[in-house]
Design a protein around this ligand. Structure first.
Ligand SMILES: NC(=O)c1ccc[n+]([C@@H]2O[C@H](COP(=O)([O-])OP(=O)(O)OC[C@H]3O[C@@H](n4cnc5c(N)ncnc54)[C@H](OP(=O)(O)O)[C@@H]3O)[C@@H](O)[C@H]2O)c1
Length: 264
């Protein structure tokens, strides 16, 4: 393993310190990943967005391009395919930071109805993909580079029927902390964001809400009982990831951004 005695470089810890760098976003075609791409584009970072659906990816590339003057590239790939993940890195070229927000509620269901295969789908989507991304990222990132994974507050406040996805996501949090220690001698950083409830296509879909006004009302109603009176925006979620990415002294952190949801 490449190690160094030089300390991690001191850089601006503000998000605009990411300007001019390249951020590879697995899950960049929707929700939190897309919001991260647009925020990064607005400060002049180069972004590479990854998702499976080509139409959604093309629309996301347009949106990020409109948000700023940073270069943006879309690559269609499935994170469950390790070879495809490696190819994404090869096509991206130089990369400074990696954000993994891809994934959904795959593998949810009552434990008694679960098979090893259906549970395994959750682990493929969440945990093995995170490992594949880390394995491909490590040789390509330079000192100060980072990987940021995604988790969710249900890891600590579970709901019935979520055992497999939550076991996998809990593993992702452990992976972030373990890799932070293992990769510190290379001056690489690894963190995770534990998201609360945010208004994205994933969370709307989970409660059967559409993207229109009826969906807006359902989201407002769902958020009204939370400590701050609403769900968070995708931008608010994404900015937590950008903080971890930009601050050169953040590593091994699982940062909760949930508007106080975990407290009540
Ligand atoms: N939104 C919330 O309230 C919330 C709460 C807790 C945790 N989280 C976590 O935060 C992350 C982002 O959530 P989100 O709300 O932004 O979700 P989203 O709007 O559904 O976006 C998910 C993104 O991941 C991509 N993706 C999904 N499966 C993929 C695969 N196998 N290969 C490649 N790309 C894939 C999707 O594109 P394609 O489908 O086209 O591939 C899309 O770009 C997820 O890990 C989610 O579990 C979100």
């Amino acid at each position: 393993m490449t190690t160094t005695t030089a300390p991690i470089p001191v850089r601006s810890p503000l998000p605009d310190g990411l300007a001019g760098g390249t951020v590879l976003i697995f899950g960049g075609s929707s929700g939190i990943g897309l919001a991260a791409g647009a925020l990064l584009g607005s400060i002049g970072a180069r972004t590479v967005l990854v998702g499976r659906d080509k139409g959604r990816l093309d629309a996301a590339v347009e949106r990020v391009r409109d948000a700023g003057d940073g270069d943006v590239l879309g690559i269609a790939a499935d994170i469950r395919d390790e070879r495809a993940v490696t190819e994404v890195f090869e096509r991206t070229g130089a990369v400074d930071h990696v954000l993994h927000t891809a994934g959904g509620l795959t593998g949810a269901g009552p434990v008694a109805e679960m098979t090893r295969d259906t549970a395994g789908e959750a682990f493929d989507e969440r945990l093995w993909s995170a490992l594949a991304i880390a394995r491909a990222a490590v040789p390509r990132l330079g000192p100060g580079g980072s990987v940021t994974f995604s988790s969710g507050v249900l890891v600590t406040r579970p709901r019935p029927g979520m055992s497999a996805p939550l076991a996998a996501v809990g593993g992702v949090e452990a992976l972030a902390r373990a890799l932070a220690v293992e990769l510190a001698p290379r001056r690489l950083r690894v963190n995770a964001v534990r998201f609360g409830q945010f208004d994205t296509p994933l969370s709307r879909g989970a409660m059967g809400a559409d993207a229109g006004e009826a969906g807006d009302r359902a989201v407002a109603a769902a958020g009204s009982g939370t400590p701050l009176g609403r769900w968070g925006t995708a931008d608010e979620a994404a900015s937590a990831a950008l903080f971890l990415m930009a601050n050169p002294y953040m590593t091994g952190e699982v940062l909760t951004v949930d508007g106080g949801f975990s407290l009540v």
